[in-house]
Design a protein around this ligand. Sequence first.
Ligand SMILES: Cc1cc2nc3c(=O)[nH]c(=O)nc-3n(C[C@H](O)[C@H](O)[C@H](O)COP(=O)(O)O)c2cc1C
Length: 132
Amino acid sequence: MNHSVCYISKAKDGLTALEIEDIFITTQTKNNGAGIKGILLFGFGNFFQVLEGEKKVIEDLYLNKICEDKRHFDILTIFNHQIKYPIFNAYSSEFNIVKTNAQLDSIKTYLNQNNLHHLSKNIQRMLNPFLL
Ligand SMILES: Cc1cc2nc3c(=O)[nH]c(=O)nc-3n(C[C@H](O)[C@H](O)[C@H](O)COP(=O)(O)O)c2cc1C
């Protein structure tokens, strides 16, 4: 759990609720199977995702699959580096698809209480504009 990638991207025009749900289901199923932790959320036409896991697994997923996925574009990498302390490992045993404001609030509270390093605060700040 020592590598983390965080990005924001724009959903392609006309992406339907059904297509978004399909991305959510694939992401949760595959990430749980691969032991990948983190969060994925969609709001105001943007995706925001944090991935945590083994470097090779995370980079392979991010560069070869997520970045190549035509269902989103303008992918802006916020960070892609080694982390000393995984943030989401202790939050939940599962990868988190954040669909409600209650789930978002719960993550913000966790990040606020578990200020492991500057990334916790930064992620919390980036989550602020999202209202689901
Ligand atoms: C915004 C977004 C985030 C995604 N996040 C993940 C993810 O975390 N894990 C994953 O396995 N697939 C994710 N996907 C889907 C992958 O791009 C890909 O479609 C999926 O892994 C199936 O790949 P495969 O058919 O080569 O097995 C995401 C797609 C989008 C558009």
